[in-house]
Design a protein around this ligand. Structure first.
Ligand code: UDP
Ligand code: MG
Length: 316
């Protein structure tokens, strides 16, 4: 069976079309399928529409979360419920078209465990595309594991891989990172990411920024090493500067008309203070990111809460 995990947040304008397109595309898969829509606390009619569709089709299962927990949490929740031997993750906005799934499924049948989608052409604005381009390259340099470039959550996986991902206990879930962390035989396939079918992107700048930080902080301690390196370099420079200043004072040495014994030095002092406090604050901020995540993990709260499940029988 193929399980299609679909996170949806305020997708009332596109979700029916999504469902129709899946039904149309499914005929070539040659396998049974279930559609798992995870309603991530939508405030519009998404849940209502899904409930109506689910009443007529037992293959459509709905998991409704108690509030908006975020895309990554919604995907993780969906993966927990997926029963298929093949599982796909795709967005509800038809940016990842169901018609493109067939070659991915074929690759799984050829023996691959994970086939992730590599985005070739994005249909987003230039600034956003540039940010993505830069981000994935930075992430690749920083991350301790080999996270492939330009790869999102759209993928097809074998059930075993999903079980492995589900076993990972962390609350802060960067699904595409976890997917590459678990290993198995993985390969990528190019596809053209479509424009959104309807509605606005649900990721605003700050959500995207958080996701980007999750990727880096959860999979890399290099920022911490970076702090240590800056600290060492600046301490070295500071020590040289300190020695120089003392020597200059003792020898009463005038440089470019500047003699330390009658100096006022407002500009240089302010400059040093501003510069070093900025470096300090940035370093504290990086530490804060790690500590915040430790805090999240230590609290052991669930990543999501399910409010309602539809079309799940006792044994599924
Ligand atoms: N989404 C979600 N919860 C959120 C934000 C988004 O479940 O808090 C879903 C959304 O409905 C869509 C997918 O995640 O199916 C990707 O969101 P979006 O299209 O806004 O992101 P983008 O395609 O711009 O990366
Ligand atoms: Mg989208």
């Amino acid at each position: 069976m193929i399980s299609l995990v679909i996170p949806a947040y305020n997708e009332e304008d596109g979700i029916e079309e999504m469902y129709r397109r899946i039904l149309a595309a499914a005929s070539v898969w040659g396998d049974e399928f279930e559609i798992l829509i995870v309603d991530d606390g939508s405030r519009d009619r998404t849940l209502e529409i899904c409930e109506r569709m689910a009443a007529a089709d037992p293959r459509l299962k709905v998991i409704s979360l108690s509030r908006n927990f975020g895309h990554q949490a919604a995907v993780s929740a969906g993966l927990m419920y997926a029963r298929g031997s093949i599982v796909t993750v795709m967005d509800a906005d038809l940016q990842d078209p169901p018609e493109e799934l067939q070659p991915f499924i074929a690759k799984i049948h050829q023996g691959w465990d994970v086939v992730y989608a590599i985005r070739t052409k994005r249909k987003e604005n230039l600034l956003k595309r540039l940010c993505y381009l830069a981000y994935y390259r930075i992430l690749r340099r920083l991350a301790v594991l080999d996270i492939p470039l330009d790869v999102g959550d759209f993928c097809v996986m074998r059930g075993e891989v999903v079980d492995a991902i589900n076993q990972l206990p962390e609350r802060n879930r960067f699904v595409r990172g976890l997917r590459s962390w678990v290993g198995f035989r993985q390969t990528g396939m190019a596809y053209e990411r479509q424009a959104r079918f309807a509605g606005e992107p649900k990721y605003n700048f700050s959500k995207l920024f958080r996701l980007a930080m999750d990727g880096i902080i959860n999979f890399s301690y290099k920022p911490l090493q970076f702090i240590l390196s800056i600290g060492l370099v600046l301490a070295g420079l500071g020590l040289l500067g300190a020695i120089f200043v003392v020597v200059q004072y003792l020898t009463n040495w005038t440089i470019i008309g500047f003699n330390p014994r009658n100096a006022r030095g407002w500009t240089s002092t302010i400059f040093v203070i501003l510069f070093f406090s900025a470096v300090n604050l940035i370093c504290l901020g990086i530490l804060g990111e790690y500590i915040g995540r430790l805090f999240e993990e230590v609290k052991r709260r669930p990543t999501w809460i399910v409010k309602k499940q539809i079309n799940f029988s006792a044994n599924s």
